[in-house]
Design a protein around this ligand. Structure first.
Ligand code: GMT
Length: 375
């Protein structure tokens, strides 16, 4: 098959999933064309089946706002025609599903559109009345719509009342790269006296509730020698730095910024903290599980579909920092419990969220769509 993929290419779970899926499809012999504003950050090394088509926006003076959406639609149509694409798989509804719809109008009915909903495209932007009608239209005009959790499907129906079947396809981890890595040497750099390491990875946006991470860390640190590693960047980073300083936690907290080899970094952690207010799936939770790191998180959105409470980690109500601290201490002081949850996490990530299984699921949906010849 010849597949065009569009996603947000910078840091973010939807871009990671889209890029990893494209690489796996290329490994299976499909021709994959990324149509994005810049090179997807996890694209990595050369593969003969992977092509990259940059979307270059026109900055003509007359435009108050550069017409990115139209340029993307035009580029999608060009690539679809030149490369004879079978389908466009767009990740994140806004504006990608609409751009794909426009491209299809330019190219013809034979070009199929697959839209994957990732979370905030529904759970945040779906509340915005200046966008919700467009989001609904983009979903309904797609030939196939998938979402990364059953909870996200429920929220999409509740919020947008879309008249369209939405198929759940979970996110995945590549178990060839995500497994517990031998990183004892690095761990000693950050925790020289054998302290336990708590970790948080995100784009530091308000929905991630990073201040809750700091509060949980503060409470755990009152009882145990621990260090905190914070990975990622985003709007809340500056205020989180201030909070860490004000609470006198600077000596035990490391800010590592954006990191490329996430599996290696995660393998240094004992516990992954993810206190999000919204999370349609929680890719970081899955990545941690694959590396054998139990997750202490919230019961928000799709997280209960990923992390089984008491089996792979613990789920607490949003904002229950005392509960999260208590579960963290329990895990760090009960080696039997810790190892059971760590083993379960690895098994669940390999069985339920295995890259081969999920790639096959997308592949067979594509084949049905192309084979059916209609939407
Ligand atoms: O949370 C974000 O930063 C937005 C979005 C993205 O583009 O990365 O993340 C969403 O998609 C991820 C991949 O499917 C999911 O793992 C995240 O849970 C989801 N984020 C939210 O629902 C808040």
């Amino acid at each position: 098959m010849k597949i065009g993929i569009t996603c947000y290419p910078s840091l973010g779970g939807s871009g990671v999933v889209a890029t990893e899926l494209g690489k796996l499809l290329a490994e299976r012999g499909h021709q994959v064309h990324f149509i994005t504003s810049s090179m997807p950050f996890r694209l990595g090394t050369f593969h003969p089946n992977i092509f990259y088509h940059e979307v270059e926006v026109n900055h003509y003076d007359v435009f108050k706002y550069p017409p990115y959406d139209l340029t993307l639609a035009n580029r999608m149509a060009q690539v679809a025609q030149n490369e004879k694409l079978d389908l466009l798989h767009v990740h994140y509804a806004v504006p990608h599903a609409l751009c794909a719809y426009l491209a299809k109008q330019m190219v013809g009915e034979q070009l199929k559109i697959v839209t994957t909903l990732h979370g905030t495209d529904i759970t945040v932007l779906g509340y915005d009345s200046s966008l919700s009608g467009m989001i609904r239209f983009g979903i309904e005009q797609s030939d196939l719509v998938t979402a990364v959790s059953k909870d996200l499907i429920r929220q999409t129906y509740d919020l947008l009342q879309v008249d369209k079947e939405i198929v759940p396809v979970y996110n995945f981890v590549d178990k060839r790269r995500y497994y517990p890595k031998e990183v004892g040497e690095w761990k000693r750099v950050f925790a020289p006296n054998g302290e336990k390491i708590l970790m948080h990875i995100s784009n530091f946006r308000p929905v991630k509730r990073v201040p809750d991470v700091i509060e949980v860390f503060r409470l755990v640190r009152e009882q145990l020698p621990v260090k905190l590693m914070l990975i990622g960047e985003g709007p809340d980073l500056a205020s989180v730095r201030n909070m860490v300083a004000e609470l006198g936690l600077e000596g035990d907290t490391y800010f590592l910024g954006k990191q490329e080899d996430v599996a290696e970094v995660i393998s240094m952690a004992d516990i992954m903290l993810l206190p999000s207010e919204k999370e349609s799936f929680g890719l970081v939770a899955l990545e941690a599980m694959a590396c054998g790191v139990p997750v202490v998180t919230t019961n928000a959105g799709g997280l209960p579909e990923v992390v089984l409470d008491g089996e792979c980690g613990f789920l607490l109500p949003v904002g229950d920092v005392a509960g999260m601290a208590e579960r963290t201490v329990r895990l760090l002081t009960d080696p039997d419990l810790f190892h059971r949850l760590s083993r379960n996490s690895i098994r669940r990530s390999c069985e339920t969220f295995c890259h081969e299984k999920i790639t096959s699921q997308y592949e067979s949906l594509y084949r049905q769509l192309i084979g059916s010849g209609s939407s």
